[in-house]
Design a protein around this ligand. Sequence first.
Ligand SMILES: Nc1ncnc2c1ncn2[C@@H]1O[C@H](COP(=O)(O)OP(=O)(O)OP(=O)(O)O)[C@@H](O)[C@H]1O
Ligand SMILES: [Mg+2]
Length: 155
Amino acid sequence: MKSRFFKNLTETQTMELARQTASLLPEGANLALCGDLGSGKTHFAKGLGHGLGIPQGIWITSPTFTLINHYQGADHKFYHADLYRLGHEDELFEIGFYDLVKGPEILAVEWWDQFPGTYPEQIIKVILEKVSPITRNLQIQSEHPSFKAEQLNLL
Ligand SMILES: Nc1ncnc2c1ncn2[C@@H]1O[C@H](COP(=O)(O)OP(=O)(O)OP(=O)(O)O)[C@@H](O)[C@H]1O
Ligand SMILES: [Mg+2]
């Protein structure tokens, strides 16, 4: 497992790291966005979306009520899910979630860690921790052999 840790990121830095992460993602990458309520998972997903080339005018919103939103990036489709309101992991079959996990699209999922037994082998975890109202610690743990987390750099 490859792991990177970033301390006391500002909101802008979190966004910048998400954009960089997007540029390094291999086709079909699956990301679990982990952290408490308000830690910045949706904020990070917005940065991923922008890094994948979703036009700035398109608003990436929290899929808490829709479960899964999808967007067309420059080279990849981007799916952003939030499993907070999912009652049971069996429902993941019903909504076609595993097709997305196996498919070529980029999948970023909030609250996937409620069902860690459903992680694929090559999961990339982004763990956000609220340090203060305006700062976050961010850890990236990758089980994906082609994700080069060491290339991430704060400017
Ligand atoms: N350093 C920071 N990094 C990321 N977000 C920050 C930072 N400082 C402040 N914020 C703010 O924190 C809020 C995080 O909200 P966000 O919706 O991303 O959380 P979430 O983890 O998705 O929560 P939920 O579990 O409810 O979906 C955003 O409004 C964001 O602007
Ligand atoms: Mg959210």
